[in-house]
Design a binder for this molecule. Structure first.
Ligand code: SF4
Length: 345
C-alpha cells in the first residue's frame, strides 16, 4: 500500500507540491521510513583530497578552478579521522575525493581501506568517481563495503549541459561504472542534484526512475547549491529560488522513499546550504542517514563543491535529532535493507 505509483507524471506532481500538501507527502514518506527502520544511521565523512582531473561546470573543485588550494590528506590524517568515527561510534565512514585515475591513487586508497579495516570496526564507503573495473575490484578486495557514484543527471541533454563535451565526461561511462560496482558486489549508491539551471521536473522524475531501474541500495540527493567560481554560476538567473530548490529536494526525497522503501537515503550536506534546518527537514521527509564531517577543519573550506555557509560546519545535528525524538543507531554499520534482502535470496 505504500509503494508509490512509479509513473513519471505522478512523481512530477509530487515534486510540484508546496505548503501543507508537501508536508502531507513528507509525513507519508516519514511513516514509511519509520515502519521500515526506526533508527538514523551515521556516516563519518572524510573528504581526503580535492584534486580532480575533471571539470564539471557546477563544481567548485573542478580542475580549472585555479584559485583553490589543492590538498590530499596523509595516511595518518585519514586514520586519525577514522579513529574519531570509531570513537564516536558512527558505524561507517565515507572516504570522498575528486576523481583521479592513476596507479598511485589506486594504491593509496587500497592501503587506506586495508588499514582502516584492520584497525577499526567500521563499514567503508568510497566515493572516488569513475574508475576501471580492475580498480573497483582491487578496492573491493581491500575491504570496501559500499561505493557512491552520483549519476548527477540521467538525462543526456542535461548531462551534456553540465559537463564539457570530451572523453572525460561521458554519461554512458558513468552508467557502466554503476553496473560494474553492482557486479562486484558493492552496496551501490547513486544520487543527483535538484534545482539545477536547465533541469526540468521531468528530468528529476527520470532520475528517480533511473535509480529504481538500476536497483540502487543507497542514495545521496540534495539541492543544487552554487559556487561562484564555476560556469554554472553564470546561469544563476535561470536557477530556481533557494526555497523552490529546497521544496523540490524534500519532495524528491519523499518520492524516492515511497518508490524504494528499503534503501538508505542520506540527508545530503547541501540541504544545510539552503536551510539552517536542512538535514532535519530531509529526515522528516524520509531520509535515514546523516553525514557528519570528519575532514580536518583546516581543509574543509578547500573541499568546496559548493559554497557552504560557515555556521553549517559546526551545527550539532545529533542534539537536534534527539530533540525531535529520533533514535540514532550508534555503532551500527547501517547496511541497506535492499542490499541485505538481495543477498539473502
Ligand atoms: S563533481 Fe566530482 S568529478 Fe566533477 S569536478 Fe567535482 S569532484 Fe571532480
Amino acid at each position: 500500500m505504500y509503494i508509490f505509483e512509479p509513473a513519471r507524471r505522478g512523481i512530477i506532481s509530487a515534486l510540484e507540491l508546496r505548503g501543507s500538501a508537501a508536508q502531507a507527502l513528507w509525513q507519508r514518506a516519514y511513516a514509511v521510513r519509520k515502519e521500515r527502520a526506526d533508527k538514523i544511521f551515521l556516516r563519518g565523512l572524510i573528504e581526503f583530497s580535492n584534486v580532480c582531473a575533471k571539470d564539471c561546470y557546477y563544481c567548485g573543485i573542478r580542475k580549472s578552478n585555479v584559485s583553490l588550494h589543492r590538498f590530499t590528506l596523509t595516511k595518518e590524517e585519514i586514520l586519525q579521522a577514522a579513529a574519531r568515527a570509531h570513537e564516536q561510534r558512527m558505524g561507517s565512514v565515507t572516504l570522498q575525493s575528486g576523481e583521479i585515475c592513476s596507479e598511485n591513487f589506486t594504491l593509496f586508497v587500497e592501503d587506506i581501506v586495508k588499514t582502516i579495516k584492520q584497525n577499526f570496526d567500521l563499514r567503508i564507503v568510497l566515493s572516488c568517481g569513475e574508475q576501471s573495473y580492475e580498480t573497483y575490484r582491487r578496492w573491493k578486495t581491500a575491504g570496501t563495503d559500499r561505493y557512491l557514484l552520483k549519476i548527477e543527471s540521467s538525462s543526456p541533454r542535461l548531462y551534456a549541459k553540465m559537463h564539457p563535451q570530451d572523453e572525460n565526461h561521458i554519461l554512458l561511462n558513468r552508467v557502466r561504472c554503476l553496473e560494474d560496482l553492482k557486479k562486484l558486489g558493492f552496496q551501490t549508491g547513486s544520487g543527483t542534484m535538484i534545482g539545477l539551471p536547465k533541469q526540468t521536473l521531468a528530468d528529476i522524475a527520470d532520475d528517480l526512475l533511473f535509480f529504481l531501474d538500476a536497483d540502487i541500495d543507497m542514495c545521496g540527493m540534495g539541492p543544487y547549491a552554487e559556487h561562484s567560481q564555476t560556469p554554472f554560476y553564470e546561469l544563476r538567473e535561470e536557477t530556481p529560488s533557494p526555497e523552490n530548490r529546497l521544496f523540490m529536494s524534500l519532495n524528491a526525497v519523499s518520492a524516492l522513499r515511497l518508490l524504494m522503501p528499503d534503501i538508505n537515503i542520506a540527508a545530503a550536506t547541501s540541504f544545510d546550504a539552503l536551510s539552517s534546518r536542512g538535514k532535519e527537514l530531509a529526515v522528516s521527509a524520509g531520509a535515514n542517514v546523516i553525514m557528519l564531517n570528519l575532514t580536518p577543519r583546516q581543509n574543509r573550506a578547500d573541499y568546496s563543491l559548493y559554497e557552504r555557509p560557515e555556521e553549517t560546519l559546526d551545527k550539532n545535528i545529533l542534539s537536534e535529532l534527539k530533540k525531535y525524538g529520533e533514535t540514532v543507531a550508534y555503532g551500527e554499520g547501517g547496511d541497506s535493507q535492499r542490499f541485505r534482502a538481495r543477498n539473502i535470496k
